[in-house]
Design a protein around this ligand. Structure first.
Ligand SMILES: Nc1nc2c(ncn2[C@@H]2O[C@H](COP(=O)(O)OP(=O)(O)OP(=O)(O)O)[C@@H](O)[C@H]2O)c(=O)[nH]1
Ligand SMILES: [Mg+2]
Length: 249
């Protein structure tokens, strides 16, 4: 983003933190970090549950602060971020290379427009792909389409890719969601709860890129996802409109 008067990069009107999510992603991370438009963000921070493959050294070499998450899981990382981020907005970026860093400036613009939740949608472009080369039956793709359809039907989310990890929030809105899903269900839970609360959701068209290196974690194995996402969807249905207020106390 450029300031028209002097051509120098500037921070957006309301400041944004970019949260990098990683667990043993050194090979992808070394390629990804130089591509990040760090000037868009007041703060770039990594949340990591204790990588042992050199990931932490890569962050140190790039001067990126790492917050150690005590318990594994993307949901636990989201909750940790909601507690520590000091800016008004937050963007979550996976470090495996699947999420295109060229989308970041657009995401900041949508946050500037006041959307509570901004989601990368992988099914909005006719030629868009998701990275499912290792899933010949396309269980992940069709499961996601079905799950997102249910969320549109039940909670009027208007979203076609309810579970994508590439997403951003106004931090106040993120806190209001009281997320408690520990693992990869957190994205689905945040889409459903934002819709339940009538928040403004923007889904933008993105293309999922191939992993830059490393491997999928066991927490994202296809049948684990099917089982856990089904359970969490059912749970949101049973819990009703704003149940987490009582649940979270
Ligand atoms: N902070 C944090 N990040 C995690 C954790 N588990 C996975 N990640 C990161 O989240 C991103 C997605 O992780 P994966 O578990 O591989 O899931 P996936 O993206 O569905 O799998 P691929 O299809 O292989 O990309 C990667 O950047 C991981 O390093 C965790 O416990 N904590
Ligand atoms: Mg991925």
């Amino acid at each position: 983003m450029k300031n028209e008067s002097d051509g120098k990069p500037r921070l957006p009107a309301a400041s944004t933190t970019l949260v990098l999510l990683s667990y043993n992603e050194r090979d992808a991370l070394v390629q990804l970090l130089p591509m990040l438009p760090r000037q868009l963000f007041e703060c770039v921070v990594a949340i990591d549950p204790g990588s042992t493959d050199g990931t932490l050294d890569v962050y140190a070499a790039h001067g990126i602060e790492v917050v150690r998450q005590p318990q594994r899981g993307r949901g636990n990382a989201f909750r940790l971020a909601a507690g520590i981020v000091e800016t008004q907005r937050v963007i979550f970026l996976s470090t495996d290379g699947n999420e295109d860093p060229r989308d970041l400036s657009r995401i900041v613009e949508f946050l500037d427009q006041g959307y509570d939740l901004v989601i990368g949608g992988r099914f909005l472009l006719r030629d868009a792909q998701s990275d499912d080369s290792d899933d010949p039956l396309r269980i992940r793709k069709w499961g996601n389409i079905a799950c997102s359809g249910l969320v549109r039907l039940l909670w009027r989310s208007g979203v076609w890719d309810a579970i994508n990890g590439y997403r951003a929030f106004q931090v106040d809105s993120l806190r209001r969601l009281r997320l408690d899903a520990p693992l990869h269900e957190v994205e689905l839970q945040s889409t459903i709860r934002a819709a339940k609360l009538g928040m403004r959701i923007k889904e933008f068209a993105t293309r999922e890129l191939p992993r830059l290196g490393g491997e999928r974690k066991e927490t994202a194995a296809t049948w684990t996802l099917v089982r856990r996402l089904s359970w969490f969807l059912l749970r949101e249905l049973v819990l009703g409109r704003r149940p987490w207020i009582e649940v979270a106390g």
